[in-house]
Design a protein around this ligand. Structure first.
Ligand SMILES: [Zn+2]
Length: 432
């Protein structure tokens, strides 16, 4: 993509009221647009990161047979009345009325709707286990939205739901989800800790959170300095000592990036989800639910992957792979950059087939073709936006038939012959 065309602008100054580093850098880098407190739009750069995270999750889910569906944002109130959450949920639940006076709920979560589908679908235990997933908007009337994308009133969540015939099978599905989440967080470069939590609003028996230790976190977890065992402070009975090894526990601030719940039969009883076993007996289905807040995951990555100049995106989720920057405004340099841009970008169409879900396999290039910008301005923007690999074309590099290549997370750059560039990327860390 040509940077002169991109539907976004970088900002030099720190935006007013943005106290968290992820909020500041995502606004300044032109990744997001703020409409109101807790309500944001994702601009092209931000959406690219978002979609890369989404695709990593989708790919891992497909590998273990999770089916994707999509449920509505508008829910009839009667579903929430059936489970009792119309009354028991706090003011975060957004209640509205249609012109005909029908009571509605804006989706805060989707247990009720997925349970309604399951009640109408599941008949026999032979159909189980099954896990379904969606990426869908959630709306919460937060009293105090804060921290940019860390606590939102509207956001997109990956929410999966498991259905099993008994508790033993629920344990298996639950473990399967914990394992796939570990894989996903490793891929998107989030160092998570699995923390036992309280079930809270969801009800049910067992719950784990995936926490990232960060100063900007709102949650408190106790972490053992020796064995790394961690627990949510709310549920920790014996605060001082680790239950695994007896060592001191240290309290740390953290951000919750995913939550898993064993729901048991709370929703299947309310919504009448039953399956018949081999003897012809009917039993209530065991449910679990599993969610990652995508914008929050994105912001959390920025919280831990940045320096004083800007964001340092991990390769797997960067908005582009390469930032191509010609400096010195003369035609020879821009001609060379144009050719390089075409050559690198054309790899996209070369890779036929792909993995079947429309993802590009080649090199995604952001080409800084803004002739009115100085080298200094371009470098400042490049550091702010945080694309992993920077390629600079200048008089000095062209004199050696070369370009200068620098990784965003490294200090030093190196000269590489232009003719070797493809090779470099083909054998590079990402392009095996
Ligand atoms: Zn310990």
């Amino acid at each position: 993509m040509r940077q002169s065309q991109i539907f976004t602008k970088t900002i030099k100054e720190t935006p007013k009221g943005a106290t968290f580093i992820s909020h500041q850098l995502l606004l300044r880098g032109g990744f997001i647009y703020q409409f109101a407190s807790g309500i944001y739009g994702l601009l092209p750069l931000g959406l690219r990161v978002f979609q890369r995270i989404e695709n990593i999750i989708r790919e891992e889910f497909e590998k273990i047979g999770i089916q994707e569906l999509l449920m509505p944002l508008l829910h009839p109130a009667e579903l929430w009345k059936k489970t009792g959450r119309w009354e028991t949920t706090g003011k975060e639940l957004w209640k509205i009325k249609s012109r005909k006076g029908e009571e509605m709920v804006l989706a805060m979560t989707h247990e009720e709707t997925v349970a309604a589908i399951a009640a109408n679908t599941i008949r026999s235990e032979a159909e189980l286990p099954v896990i379904v997933n969606q990426f869908q908007i959630k709306v919460r009337d937060e009293e105090r939205p804060r921290g940019g994308l860390l606590r939102l009133r509207e956001f997109i969540m990956q929410d999966a739901y498991s259905f099993d015939r008994d508790e033993k099978d629920l344990d298996v599905s639950f473990q399967k989800m914990i394992e796939v989440y570990k894989k996903i967080f490793k891929k998107i470069n989030l160092p998570v800790m699995l923390v036992k939590a309280s079930a809270g609003l969801m009800g049910g028996s067992d719950s784990y959170e995936f926490m990232v230790v960060a100063e900007s976190g709102e949650d408190r977890i106790a972490v053992c300095a020796k064995c790394n065992f961690a627990a949510n402070v709310e549920i920790l009975k014996n605060k001082e000592k680790c239950s695994q090894c007896g060592m001191e526990m240290k309290i740390k601030k953290s951000i919750e990036v995913a939550h898993t719940f064993k729901l048991g039969t709370k929703y299947s009883k309310a919504m009448n989800i039953v399956c018949e076993n081999k003897k012809g007996e009917k039993q209530f289905v065991q449910m679990g639910c599993y969610g990652i807040g995508l914008e929050r995951a994105m912001a959390t990555i920025v919280e831990i992957c940045h320096d004083e100049k800007g964001i340092i995106w991990p390769k797997e989720i960067a908005p582009f792979d390469v930032h191509l920057i010609p400096i010195e405004n003369n035609q020879k340099i821009y001609n060379a950059a144009e050719i390089l841009y075409e050559k690198l970008s054309s790899k996209n169409s070369d890779s036929s087939g792909g993995n079947g879900n429309g993802q590009k396999q080649g090199i995604e290039v952001l080409y800084d073709d803004r002739k009115e910008k100085t080298a200094g301005e371009k470098f400042a923007d490049a550091d702010l936006i945080g694309i992993p690999t920077r390629i600079v074309v200048s008089e000095r590099t062209l004199a050696k038939d070369s370009v200068e290549i620098k990784q965003r997370n490294e200090k030093n750059s190196e000269l590489i012959k232009i003719e070797d560039i493809n090779l470099l990327f083909l054998i590079g860390q990402k392009y095996k």
